[in-house]
Design a protein around this ligand. Structure first.
Ligand SMILES: Cc1cc2nc3c(=O)[nH]c(=O)nc-3n(C[C@H](O)[C@H](O)[C@H](O)COP(=O)(O)OP(=O)(O)OC[C@H]3O[C@@H](n4cnc5c(N)ncnc54)[C@H](O)[C@@H]3O)c2cc1C
Length: 286
């Protein structure tokens, strides 16, 4: 086994406005970091552009227990840090900016424009922008964002120590979040629109057997109330049309993940849900 301490210090190189690259990778989640690693090993001049932190959604995941090589699981934040350190042993340009536009100026050159007004040129682009949380698009969601509404369990769990909270959803992410939050909260309501959890069996069993988690089946959140912060949520049972108010301090929304609506001004082919259509080599229509 190689002693990690003997490796050189990872370092990120800051790009200069108008720099020209062989490859620009947009998004530093596991996909972008993996692409960066391959391109780094190939000796390409690369720029990785990430709008938040390296790791992407992995850094917001709780315990990841299906990643080969980590029996017992690994916390998303730790895995992200390991991936980041691994990548930056190669000389890779990195910047924390949001890509706003890609111009396909010629077959040989693409122009990337960011929110900071920077322009970078590149021969090729890898889009590794992942997914984003599906919003419920209800008025209370915006009103209480950061004041009881959250899309990230590990980021905000500390706010809800010994408090009652709700998680919206019934898939893997919602169940991971509920399972994780139950360690801190006094009680967790899992509000799920159907009558069966769509999570892997082991996780489903953990949820069903956790005495701190109450599942409200066939239920939708329709409203929330509070003076400053969330205090109550209105839940509708879709079978009976009955409404119930529950006292809660936080609502974690895990109602699915969707591709970003913005595709940077490029005329890229997508399916009806907005997922990019690629060929067998993962090439987009541009
Ligand atoms: C709560 C939760 C728990 C999970 N648990 C597990 C698990 O246990 N096991 C498992 O296998 N998977 C799990 N996942 C799924 C896993 O995290 C994702 O499959 C994985 O992160 C996808 O990687 P990605 O690189 O494709 O996208 P992402 O991780 O979404 O990364 C995309 C990156 O692109 C950046 N970006 C987007 N648009 C722009 C832009 N315009 N400019 C610059 N940057 C941009 C984003 O900020 C983000 O960092 C979980 C996910 C969540 C949310």
């Amino acid at each position: 086994m190689i002693d990690e301490k003997t490796l050189t210090e990872p370092k990120k190189v800051t790009p200069k406005h108008m720099d020209v690259f062989d490859l620009i990778i947009i998004g530093a989640g596991p996909a972008g970091l993996s692409a960066g690693l391959c391109a780094g090993r190939a000796g390409l001049k690369i720029l990785l552009i990430e709008k938040t932190l390296p790791g992407g959604e992995t850094s917001t995941a709780c315990l990841i227990d299906n990643y080969l090589g980590f029996p017992g699981g690994v916390y998303g934040e730790d895995l992200s840090e390991r991936m980041e350190n691994h990548l930056f042993h190669y000389e890779i340009h990195y910047t924390c900016e949001t890509v706003e536009e890609i111009e396909n100026s010629s077959n040989k050159e693409k122009i990337i424009k960011t929110d900071l007004g920077n322009i970078y040129k590149t021969k090729a682009v890898i889009l590794a922008t992942g997914l984003e949380p599906q919003k419920l698009n209800l008025a209370f969601e915006k009103k209480f964002l950061g004041r009881g509404i959250s899309y990230c369990a590990p980021c905000d769990s500390f706010l809800y120590q010994d408090k009652t909270i709700a998680v919206i959803g019934g898939g893997n992410c919602a169940c991971y979040a509920a399972d994780y939050l139950a360690q801190f909260a006094s009680e967790v309501y899992l509000i799920h629109k159907s009558s069966d959890l769509k999570a892997v069996k082991s996780l489903k069993n953990r949820i069903l057997n956790n005495p701190k988690i109450t599942i409200m089946w066939n239920s939708l959140i329709t409203d929330a109330f509070g003076i400053e912060n969330v205090e109550k949520a209105k839940i509708m049972n879709t079978q009976t049309n009955q409404h119930t108010w529950i006292d809660i301090k936080g609502i974690f929304i895990y109602a699915g993940r969707v591709p970003s609506k913005k595709l940077y001004g490029l005329d890229l082919k997508t399916d009806e849900k907005g997922f990019l259509i690629t060929d067998e080599y993962m090439r987009t229509s541009v």
